[in-house]
Design a binder for this molecule. Structure first.
Ligand code: ZN
Length: 446
């Protein structure tokens, strides 16, 4: 029937709400615009995305370390980084209806809201950083920003990490955390929001080796998505053109995914040169350089920055996994099956234990099987027990939320102490003795 190629956004949003992946923030008060809360299944998926990223880029490499910096930073950080001066969008106001637009988003001279012609003000720069105040006095001196990226927390800790870990370039620091941008235009569900989460790496290399490392990181990042099951034909690389490059970047390449509304950036991989370390050295008076004992050379490392959006990655995995297919029901009828073909390591519920019915004779053994799987330490995620509704409906529900394995306990199980393991993607069922069940399940997650 249809694969992920032509799912529309409303289908994904409806599934997310119905099954508990994502809810509108503050919904009982009418909601807060472009702000979303991760529900019980959403937080599992999101945490697993972050964990898969950390596993690949920190644990499985020998040249990476982690960091978790505070959201609030010294105000001078954002002056030195260029965010106070440059992190702006040009805005125009309509003097007729008082609506505000990004000047590069309005056609010619006509107001998209009221149709007024020639009613726009001159463009003014609007800074995208959220402001707040530290302490009880709301004065200029107490003003701080919510970080618009996690990168600066890494740069200002460069010496701390270097000295405490005794690393030398090439090495990198990874960090995942919240960031905030007061975007004028938001939308497409969790694709563009004002509060979001990032997974960023700053990889420090010797100048001259930066271009080669940049290219390696582009490939490493691309591989992460495809290794987690994202369809390669729905991914592409896009080179930033001169005028589009950020003020700090020598070269930037985006990884884009073909979303329901078109191609959009999941991740950017930038060569930031020595821009940030030089800027912070000059502003702070601390020399953020590296001295190579062997060559007796002192230099400011260049930085390769793979910067990914967690929420965009979640969105990508959801859209890409969404599948509809026609199956034949037990009664011989053709019916639609919806499934999320999530990679097993990302699935919110790893195993669902489903007694054939709520019959009281089945419950003790089904609970025993549930406890065995949960206690075996083979799955780092939820193991659900569900005995509501018909077995067919429970299979459909687990398919729709991406549960890789269902374990069914039936009346035969009482006699032969065997259970049925059902595979989400193939719907194949195999009969396995309870004694060998854990090994069989383990193989699914290897
Ligand atoms: Zn107007």
């Amino acid at each position: 029937m249809t694969g992920s190629t032509d799912v529309d956004l409303s289908t994904i949003m409806s599934l997310c709400k119905r099954r508990g992946f994502l809810f509108q923030s503050s919904e009982i008060y009418g909601g807060l615009a472009s702000t979303w809360d991760y529900g019980p299944l959403g937080v599992e998926l999101k945490n697993k995305v972050k964990r898969a990223w950390w596993r690949r880029f920190v644990w499985e490499r020998s040249d990476m370390l982690g960091l978790d910096a505070a959201i609030l930073m010294h105000p001078q950080v954002w002056v030195a980084s260029g965010h106070v001066g440059n992190f702006t969008d040009p805005l125009v106001d309509c003097t007729n209806c008082r609506h505000r637009f990004r000047s590069d988003h309005v056609e010619a001279d006509t107001c998209p809201n009221c149709g007024g012609v020639g009613t726009f003000t001159e463009a003014r720069d609007f800074n995208l950083m959220f402001e707040t105040h530290m302490g009880p006095v709301q004065s200029e001196e107490n003003r701080v920003h919510l970080r618009p990226e996690t990168a600066q927390g890494i740069f200002v800790n460069f010496l701390n990490v270097l000295n405490s870990s005794r690393r030398k370039p090439p090495f990198g620091i990874a960090q995942a955390g919240k960031a905030f941008r007061n975007e004028i235009t938001t939308g497409n569900f969790i694709f563009r929001t004002r509060e979001f989460e990032m997974m960023e790496i700053e990889f420090f290399v010797k100048p001259g080796e930066d271009e080669e490392w940049h290219q390696r990181w582009i490939q490493d990042c691309m591989n992460w998505y495809t290794d987690l099951g994202v369809e390669p034909t729905r991914l592409q690389l896009r080179e930033h053109e001169g005028s589009e490059l950020a003020h700090y970047a020598k070269r930037t390449v985006d990884i884009e995914y073909k979303y329901p509304w078109g191609w959009g950036e999941i991740q950017g991989i930038a060569n930031r040169t020595d821009y940030d370390l030089v800027a912070h050295s000059e502003a702070s008076g601390e020399s953020l350089t590296y001295f190579d004992e062997q060559t007796k050379e002192r230099y400011t490392p260049f930085v390769i920055e793979p910067s990914a959006g967690v929420d965009r990655a979640v969105m990508t995995f959801l859209v890409d996994a969404y599948t509809e297919e026609l199956v034949t029901s037990a009664k011989g009828k053709s019916e639609k099956r919806v499934l999320l073909k999530l990679h097993p390591s990302l699935a919110p519920i790893k195993v669902a234990v489903l007694p054939l019915s709520r019959n009281e004779k089945l419950s003790p053994l089904a609970h025993e099987v549930h406890e065995m799987i949960r206690g075996a330490g083979i799955v780092d995620g939820l193991v659900e027990y569900d005995d509501t509704q018909s077995i067919g409906r429970r299979y459909r529900r687990q398919d729709e939320i991406g549960t890789p394995i269902c374990v069914t306990v039936d009346f035969d199980s009482l006699d032969d102490r065997a259970i049925t393991i059902r595979d989400r993607d193939t719907m194949e069922q195999i009969r396995v003795p309870i004694e060998g069940m854990i090994e069989e399940i383990r193989a699914h997650f290897a």
